[in-house]
Design a binder for this molecule. Structure first.
Ligand SMILES: Cc1cc2nc3c(=O)[nH]c(=O)nc-3n(C[C@H](O)[C@H](O)[C@H](O)COP(=O)(O)OP(=O)(O)OC[C@H]3O[C@@H](n4cnc5c(N)ncnc54)[C@H](O)[C@@H]3O)c2cc1C
Length: 759
């Protein structure tokens, strides 16, 4: 028994001192991906999270689906899902949890962190104070865990603030902003007026479920009593829940840091008032058996402080897709601002406009310009209020977190500070290390000088020569315009033969379009247009273009809408080839065409987006001359996803044993083989609530083996579902040849791979 009598004075907490290389504060997607990346690259990390699970707004406590540049597949950012650790997490979540159960997602994040021996995870532990060695350097943080009544003293040379509100940056005295910039500062056309509001508010969600029998409901006294206070109350329906209610927003007129508890009560009032309306207004008889299954207790925060780095990202960088020498990450969510009155506003609940493609985020946005050993990740990075409207989403935040994790690892290796990597001499190293782990920095391939695969004589069992997308699929009704995205070559006069079925004599409007920027997928340059007469019935249509492309790039073969015509599709799918449709996706302000307000700083263009499987079959066609761009040399071109071209080796449809062989003149020491497979970077993989039709992406190679020059099996992999596979021999391996044998992933999908890196 422990017995203590009256203690003169006050007792002290138990204090635990933890020394590490990096302390990451905040276990949202940004902090979690920063910590994992740093840990995997040899850095001892303490990850401090003030709540019981990881994921921040993406956790089961808040239940937002993680999104980024893919924008629900609703804009023109093709193959834009963020690579690296966040990709690994989302692919794993798809595999284990395609139904989108938020609790399962928690377990995946916790497992990923728990498996990293270099991470000390402090859950339920809140950082509340810090110490500095001088004006510009933090020496340690103070944190407290109420569950084990322990105070932590966290000492490290480097810190990362990924806490959302920026507790570390704030306490350390770093420059920050809150609210919108004056338009004069950066000339951003989308700068909101004071009336519209300068801050985005918080939101909380609820889930309901059908119990199969009548459930009564008595609202708490703090519930909203007059539903008409919510101007859009008529759009509320039974069956909606979670992310459907992203517009239950409040707090943008106040101080979104210090007013948070008050904001939470207001949001609870809204939720319970809405539920009272659904259950007891008499307008929703179908709600009789429904009960509230879960209500958020932690508000999802959108915006508060933004900290200043040496560079501040602005609207023009996003719209014009500025090239930065220190580009390390990318975004692609629309610039998405909300009226500060939120749920009580008469205005549309959001105001969002897209760019024509993804944009780069420079490294200089990820560390404080004042505090020399402070990195920043997540929604608080150095971006203007308008640019933040896009950078704030979780996959973008996580992708930036990876930058911080890798930069911290390199700072540790080289004994330097964050700003030292901003110079042109070291930034290349950071970019290369990130790309080798899947970052896919726009326009920047993996540098090949250390890739033994690039030094080998590479031979393939065969290469796809795409002369036909077979005519074996459904008929697509051209009520909505459709297109086929194809990697085309410059100066080639292409001819296509498609099969159509016309209900009456009519014509087919066909266009060949490309993007004005070769790396984009927004068709805004007409190469040639043809109007082809059709007779009634099924017929083959010959489309011969005389104009050619000026550059190698993706081309759009577009069939304008004609409700009297159907076009034949194909069951076959392959890497880097996708059909697109001029449909709408109002959830992300896609109404077929973007027509922004004058002087808002955005451009007008059409949206051409794929459809989610099992829909979205390719349009069947003969292609003359065939596309001959799936060579095995692509696996050493440094790109790990389609970019300007498919960048994949694709085996022939009928190749009975797809394989790649590597031969060197001299035996080579093999330390690792890294394979970059196709897990469809177009698929947004929303983490929560929204289900997905498949748990493994159809393009992803499941089974393969690696053999040495004598044919001895060195490694076999079955049932792979991940994007990146890295194999390290258990004992020293010297060989003058490697053979990698693959199985086609599916009957209708030929084996393909983007990149192989051997060192
Ligand atoms: C309603 C709503 C809808 C949204 N819709 C989407 C969407 O559809 N998709 C999308 O991707 N994004 C969406 N966003 C934006 C996105 O959720 C946030 O911008 C994002 O979560 C920011 O990531 P983060 O890692 O910076 O912060 P957070 O996710 O907030 O993570 C920060 C973490 O730090 C922890 N923390 C804070 N202070 C401390 C401290 N002192 N000590 C220790 N830990 C601390 C917090 O508990 C939290 O877990 C939405 C946001 C809201 C509110």
């Amino acid at each position: 028994m422990k017995k203590e009598g009256l203690f003169p004075g006050k007792r002290e907490n138990v204090i635990v001192m933890l020394q590490s290389d990096l302390v990451v504060v905040g276990g949202g997607m940004a902090g979690t991906c920063a910590a994992i990346t740093a840990a995997r690259n040899g850095t001892k990390v303490v990850l401090v999270q003030d709540r019981p699970v990881l994921g921040g707004n993406g956790s089961s406590e808040v239940r937002l689906w993680i999104l980024g540049a893919t924008s629900h597949m609703g804009n023109n950012n093709r193959w834009a899902r963020e690579g690296g650790v966040v990709d690994e997490i989302l692919v794993e979540n798809l595999f284990r949890n395609k139904e989108g159960n938020a609790v399962i997602f928690d377990t995946i994040l916790l497992e990923k962190v728990k498996e990293e021996k270099n991470i000390t995870l402090l859950l339920n532990t809140m950082v509340f104070d810090l110490e500095k060695t001088d004006e510009t350097h933090i020496s340690g943080l103070k944190a407290f865990c109420s569950q084990n009544s322990t105070e932590y003293s966290l000492v490290a040379p480097l810190f990362c603030d990924a806490s959302g509100d920026g507790i570390v940056g704030f306490k350390a005295g770093a420059s920050f902003r809150m609210g919108a910039e004056n338009k004069a500062e950066y000339g951003e056309g989308f700068t909101p007026t004071k009336e519209y509001g300068e801050l985005l508010g918080h939101t909380m969600y609820f889930y309901s479920k059908d119990t199969g029998k009548r459930v009564k409901y008595i609202a708490p006294s703090y519930a909203l009593k007059d539903i008409t206070k919510i101007p859009k109350f008529k759009s509320i329906k039974t069956g909606q829940m979670g992310c459907n209610f992203w517009w239950f927003e409040f707090g943008g007129r106040g101080d979104t840091v210090h007013d948070t508890e008050d904001i939470k009560w207001e949001l609870w009032s809204v939720i319970y008032g809405v539920w009272d309306y659904l259950k007891n207004s008499g307008k929703f008889p179908e709600a009789e058996n429904l009960t509230l299954e879960w209500v958020g207790t932690v508000p999802g925060k959108r915006e508060s402080r933004r900290f200043e780095g040496p560079y501040m990202l602005k609207q023009q960088d996003i719209v014009e897709q500025t090239h930065f020498y220190d580009g390390v990450s990318f975004g692609g969510w629309a610039i998405d601002l909300h009226p500060a009155d939120g749920v009580f506003s008469e205005l549309p609940s959001c105001n969002q406009y897209h760019s024509k493609g993804i944009y780069a985020i420079p490294y200089r946005c990820f560390f404080s310009k004042d505090i020399k050993n402070l990195f920043m990740a997540g929604r608080l990075i150095s971006a203007s209020h308008v640019a933040f409207g896009s950078t704030r989403v979780m996959a973008t935040s996580a992708h930036g977190g990876q930058v911080v994790g890798m930069a911290a690892a390199l700072c540790r290796e080289m004994g330097v500070l964050p700003e030292d990597f901003a110079g042109s001499s070291k930034i290349g190293l950071l970019q290369q290390r990130l790309n080798l782990q899947g970052q896919s920095i726009p326009g920047l391939p993996i540098e090949q000088s250390l890739n033994l695969a690039a030094k080998a004589k590479i031979e393939a069992s065969g290469e796809l020569l795409l002369d036909q997308i077979p005519f074996d699929g459904e008929w697509y009704d051209l009520r909505t315009a459709a297109g086929q995205l194809l990697p085309l070559q410059k100066d080639v006069p292409y001819r296509f033969e498609v099969m159509v079925d016309a209900g009456s004599p009519t014509s087919l409007d066909v266009e060949l379009q490309v993007s004005s920027k070769v790396f984009n997928y927004t068709p805004d340059v007409l190469v040639e247009k043809q109007i082809i007469p059709l007779k009634k019935g099924v017929q083959q249509v010959n489309i011969a273009f005389s104009n050619t492309l000026k550059e190698d790039q993706y081309g759009f073969l577009i069939f304008r809408s004609n409700p009297d015509v159907r076009i034949r599709c194909s069951e076959k799918r392959m890497t880097g080839i996708v059909s697109v449709f001029n449909k709408t996706n109002p959830a992300v302000n896609n109404h077929g065409k973007q027509i922004p307000p004058e002087n808002s700083g955005f451009e007008s263009f059409e949206f051409w987006c794929p459809e989610r499987r099992p829909k979205g079959q390719n349009l069947a066609m003969n292609i003359i001359p065939p596309l001959n761009c799936f060579s095995c040399q692509n696996i050493v071109n440094g790109f790990t996803r389609p970019y300007i071209q498919s960048n994949a080796w694709i085996a022939g449809w009928n190749d009975p044993a797809p394989r790649l062989s590597f031969k060197w003149d001299e035996p080579q020491q093999i330390n690792s083989v890294t394979l970059f497979f196709d897990t469809d970077f177009d698929h947004p993989m929303e983490s929560t609530q929204m289900g997905h039709p498949e748990d493994v992406i159809p393009f992803c190679i499941r089974n393969y083996s690696i053999k040495d020059e004598t044919g001895k099996v060195l490694f076999e992999k079955y049932d792979n579902h991940q994007t990146i596979n890295r194999w390290e021999p258990e004992s020293e391996l010297r060989t003058s040849g490697l053979l990698i044998e693959f199985e086609h992933p599916q009957e209708n999908v030929p084996a393909s791979i983007f990149e192989i890196h051997i060192d």
